[in-house]
Design a protein around this ligand. Structure first.
Ligand code: ARG
Length: 460
């Protein structure tokens, strides 16, 4: 029978059940629900609602249920219950009879679900942080394997200036470090315990909310009962963290898809993260990367969906809020899988350093070096920029690189250009000139790489 059966004469329609029941998805919170109940029973004992013996029986039965939940042996499919809270309570009543019926004293499913979902999110955030650290490790290892490699850096997807490949890896390390710190920030806001807020107005039983919060690992109890049962900011923050990190991964994916293309040819992906074509025997497609990019759609969608669901909801609890779970559960799964597969892709890739170098040398990516060289000769940068542009035009007409033009051709454009320009136009020169903090020189990148490797153990 439903938890609320007393007031009702007729049964729910089967379509209502289909729309209303959340057990098919909120079963993922079984362990958290039971843990919350164990701590609540202790709170009731301390408040004088349960005897020592009653609480001991409840805790023993709940502990047994929790072991089953953790082992995945609870039979949800055969259950007529509408959600995980009624499922656990029904299982308890079946084991203990009237003692089981005492557990819900002073509690509502409203403060219960708000507590369970916070616990669930908190645990998953912990493991997602581990996934992020693992991906950062893969990026650092990839950078370490290719410390000499130089690739073209792009703006507007036009070759702009050459950069170390490790510098590219470290750019993504920065993004995933921010994703990590965003998760830590949201965890600190999430870490308040709603239990004791009742349906909306608080409870009449003198439970010790501080101890309950502490025993569930929360920093403190929520301070307002109305807010405690109505707030789903922590789910929105999780979805925002997931969306931002997926966006970062989609950019990583897009870069690698391009580097892997026949046109760029900078790298090959491992067989374990690519697939073939049913028709074209030669194909090796970057499916893992395309899916990292593609799955952004649904994750961003979950964020948007919950924002719209929450918009304009009157205080306090409304059943609309049950819609908070499926999207969040899916977002967490997709994000977890994408973080793991991104690491596998990086671990599998082999960089064609010669081809990278060739591409970095082409495309007049050393034109800025020429302009800077002219600045060194006392020419204002804007004028130097113009002269370098004219030299590029000359080289394009001659069908060669700037450094392949004879000095006489260069001097036709500007007589300040001398023999000493040629070393400046070499690939390594321009790259290693960018020796400033955050720049792409060998020295800066190596230093940054070792700093990141050192601090990796402190992350998460
Ligand atoms: N399954 C519900 C949810 O996820 C639990 C809370 C139900 N509360 C209520 N008053 N019907 O939101």
């Amino acid at each position: 029978m439903a938890l609320w059966g007393g007031r009702f004469a007729a049964d729910s329609s089967s379509m209502f059940r289909q729309v209303n029941d959340s057990l098919p998805f909120d079963r993922v919170m079984a362990s958290q629900d039971i843990q919350g109940s164990i701590i609540w029973s202790r709170g009731l004992k301390k408040a004088g609602v349960l005897t020592d013996d009653e609480q001991a029986q409840l805790e023993a039965a709940l502990t047994e249920l929790k072991a089953q939940a953790d082992a995945g042996t609870l039979d949800f499919d055969a259950s007529p219950e509408e959600d995980i809270h009624s499922f656990v309570e029904a299982a308890l009543i079946e084991k203990l009879g009237d003692i089981g019926r005492k557990l819900h004293t002073g509690r509502s499913r409203n403060d219960q679900v708000a507590t369970d979902f916070r616990l669930w999110v908190r645990e998953h955030v912990d493991s997602l942080k581990g996934d992020l650290v693992a991906l950062i490790r893969s990026l650092l290892n990839t950078a370490s394997r290719h410390q000499e490699a130089i690739i073209p850096g792009y703006t507007h997807l036009q070759r702009a200036q050459p950069i170390h490949f490790a510098h590219w890896c470290l750019a993504y390390v920065e993004m995933f470090k921010r994703d990590l710190s965003r998760l830590s920030d949201m965890q600190s806001r999430l870490n308040q315990c709603p239990l004791g807020s009742g349906a909306l107005a608080g409870t009449t039983y003198p439970v010790d909310r501080e101890t309950i919060a502490q025993e569930l690992g929360f920093a403190s109890p929520c301070l307002n009962s109305l807010d405690a049962v109505s707030d789903r900011d922590f789910v929105l923050e999780l979805l925002f963290c997931a969306s931002t990190s997926m966006m970062h991964m989609s950019r990583l994916a897009e870069d690698l898809i391009f580097y892997n293309s026949g046109e760029a040819g900078f790298l090959q992906l491992g067989d374990s993260v690519t697939s073939g074509s049913s028709l074209m025997p030669q194909k090796k497609n970057p499916d893992a990367l395309e899916l990292m990019r593609g799955k952004c759609g649904r994750v961003f969608g979950h964020l948007q969906a919950l924002l719209v669901t929450m918009k304009g909801l009157p205080l306090a609890y409304n059943k609309d809020m049950q819609e908070d779970k499926e999207g969040a559960i899916d977002a967490v799964n997709q994000w977890h899988c994408c973080l793991c597969i991104a690491g596998e892709v990086l671990d599998s890739l082999s960089l064609n350093e010669d081809r990278c170098r060739e591409a970095a040398t082409q495309g007049y990516a050393n034109a800025t070096e020429l302009a800077d060289y002219l600045v060194g000769k006392g020419i204002p940068f804007r004028t130097g920029h113009d002269i370098a542009g004219q030299v590029v035009l000359k080289a394009i007409e001659a069908g060669c690189a700037i450094e392949a033009l004879p000095l006489s051709d260069l001097q036709q454009v500007c007589d300040k250009i001398d023999e000493d320009v040629y070393p400046v136009l070499q690939l390594e020169f321009g790259v290693n000139q960018r020796n400033i903090l955050g720049g792409t020189s060998k020295e800066t990148v190596t230093k940054a790489l070792y700093q990141e490797l050192e601090s990796l153990d402190k992350l998460g």
